[in-house]
Design a protein around this ligand. Structure first.
Ligand SMILES: Nc1ncnc2c1ncn2[C@@H]1O[C@H](COP(=O)(O)OP(=O)(O)OP(=O)(O)O)[C@@H](O)[C@H]1O
Ligand SMILES: [Mg+2]
Length: 243
């Protein structure tokens, strides 16, 4: 995917979550956003995913402008997939129904087709044993894997993941990160935010460092982690890589 973002501003009351943010990425399969808490990663993901309309600025993805038009944004959102930190699943529905329901209600598939697509997604991610369980009967890692299976059951143009492992313990984190790595290797376009620096380095082809509502630096992981240019990015990495 190609991204051309210029002058994005988004304020919540007096907080400038995005402050004239610009980002140009010529070609990326997996773009990873890193940076300090409150820096604007989630806000940027929501704007790029068409979930939030910026106060100012423009976004073009693969040369198509993202317009602040309700119908166009809804169509755009339907072509993409989303997963957030936690609370992704409907608590009263089984894993299978969590995947099948949006295929019926959002994408207009027949119940039989939706069921079949859900079965395939569950099988692809080794989740068939959990198909009939409610979210509360699944571990956090299993819930996130069901959430990802749902997000890709109908292959999205771009998969947006906002800190998909931050609510998980290390072992569950590993199983979710492996799944994301698998999707990346299968060619899925992904934009994700994470505090897992090792994972960012392994999965990204471009890493953007977001701080104070701006992109401080964007480059391939080897150079961003190996020889960061911006002072803010150097300071952030030296702190988070210390332990
Ligand atoms: N819905 C909202 N209402 C009010 N303020 C918000 C809202 N969303 C974000 N903010 C503020 O905007 C700024 C950027 O937040 P954002 O969630 O984008 O940061 P982040 O980089 O994702 O942080 P983290 O790493 O902690 O997830 C923060 O100061 C936050 O408090
Ligand atoms: Mg966030």
């Amino acid at each position: 995917m190609k991204l051309e973002v210029t002058g994005l501003t988004k304020c919540y009351g007096k907080t400038r979550a995005l402050d004239g943010l610009s980002l140009a990425v010529e070609s990326s399969r997996v773009l990873v956003l890193i940076g300090p808490s409150g820096g604007g990663k989630s806000t940027l993901l929501r704007v790029l995913g068409g979930l939030e309309i910026p106060d100012a600025g423009t976004v073009k993805i693969n040369a198509h402008p993202l317009l602040p038009d309700a119908a166009a944004l809804q169509a755009y959102r339907r072509r993409n997939g989303f997963l957030f930190q936690q609370f992704n699943l409907f608590p009263h529905l089984t894993a299978r129904r969590n995947i099948a329901l949006p295929l019926e209600k959002v994408h207009g598939h027949s119940p039989a087709d939706a069921h079949e697509m859900a079965e395939q997604a569950l099988a692809r991610f080794s989740l068939l044993d959990h198909a009939d369980k409610l979210p509360a009967q699944l571990s956090g890692g299993q819930q996130q894997r069901v959430g990802i299976a749902r997000a890709v059951a109908r292959p999205p143009e771009i998969l947006f993941l906002d800190e998909p492992t931050s609510a998980l313990d290390p072992e569950m984190t590993a199983e979710v990160l492996e799944l994301i790595q698998e999707l990346a290797e299968a060619g899925q376009n992904i934009i994700l935010s994470t505090h897992e620096m090792g994972f960012a380095r392994a999965v990204a082809d471009q890493v953007a460092f977001v701080a104070a509502g701006k992109i401080e630096e964007v480059s391939p992981p080897a150079s961003l982690f190996g020889a960061p240019q911006s002072a803010l990015c150097q300071r952030f990495l030296s702190r988070v890589m210390r332990y």
